[in-house]
Design a protein around this ligand. Sequence first.
Ligand code: HEC
Length: 117
Amino acid sequence: MRYTELAGLAVMAFATSMVGSVAAPPNPRAGQHLATNCAACHGSDGMSVDTSIPNLAGQHYVYLVQQLTAFKNGGRVSPLMTELARPLTEQQIADISAYYASVPIQVAKPPGSKHQP
Ligand code: HEC
């Protein structure tokens, strides 16, 4: 295993332990309220308003917590998201992530796919 892979695993283990250290259980309703600050770009339901902005609807809770924590801590740098994530508390990150993760999405086979649904 290469060093970068090991470092990646260490980051994942760290982020997962952070998920476990949240004081109160993640609250998607509180997260939905906080997510009004994100709607201008990511849409009110996590379906983004522009093709250069990622959708968040239905994304995995753990992944969202990891990304927001990385923006906040500087592990992932984005001109927009770094500033937006910095003021968020661990609890707010958990709540927002729980909200977007709770939005149901449906995935279909691409048109012309030979695979059975
Ligand atoms: C001004 C537009 C804008 C606003 C407002 C905004 N975002 Fe973002 N967000 C972006 C862009 C652009 C990216 C892609 C960043 C990159 O290139 O790394 C992104 C990336 C993300 C990602 C990573 C998604 C992935 O697939 O890895 C998360 C999570 C996220 N934003 C959450 C939020 C949350 C939560 C809020 C509100 C607190 C928010 N964003 C507000 C523009 C915005």
